[in-house]
Design a protein around this ligand. Sequence first.
Ligand SMILES: [Zn+2]
Length: 211
Amino acid sequence: MDIDKHWRWPWVTKIRRGFQYGGIKYGHGEISYSGPDHFIRDFYVHSFSHVDSPLHYLSNTKSIDEVPIETFFGDCAVLDVSYKKDKEPINANDLEENGANVKENDIVLVKSLWDEKYSYKTSEYWLNAPYLTFDACYWLVKRNVKAVALDFPFIGNERHSIILREGVGLIEYLCNVGCLTQNRVKLFAVPLKIIGATGSPCRAFAIEEVQ
Ligand SMILES: [Zn+2]
């Protein structure tokens, strides 16, 4: 998702820019305000495409800087549930039927292609989306996968907790998954090392081998 104004996160409005931010008097006496155009935009780390650390829902657990970076890149099984319609559950049976390609220690990308149906800028994207059932969340963690990636909204304390308390990474609000043609790819969705943060924005991309 583009990090830009969005009705779901109304505080993402202003951009501050200019030379007054970050001025510093260096050891050689020069004060530098000139040159770079600093750019500051306020947004919450769980808006737009991002990853979660367990600390987002579970106290006394790891913040995003403490989660091993390899959780968020590597072999990825693309599990296709794009036949799901508005407000339909995605349950463990759906994952079982379509998840023969899932291996231990994979990232599993549950592909709904929801952003092809509704733009993430619309309320329908958020309110009409299919959703993972609790048993689907348990199915994922029982496969001993290292992370779960989703291209549709993932809402709810219990759903997040089922995944995060098992130490499984969570990659949310991905877009453009429809450009993938293979059911196994390499996915990269690495967080920024923000000390103490409960998540981080990520720039996600995949590499696939095309036969
Ligand atoms: Zn999040």
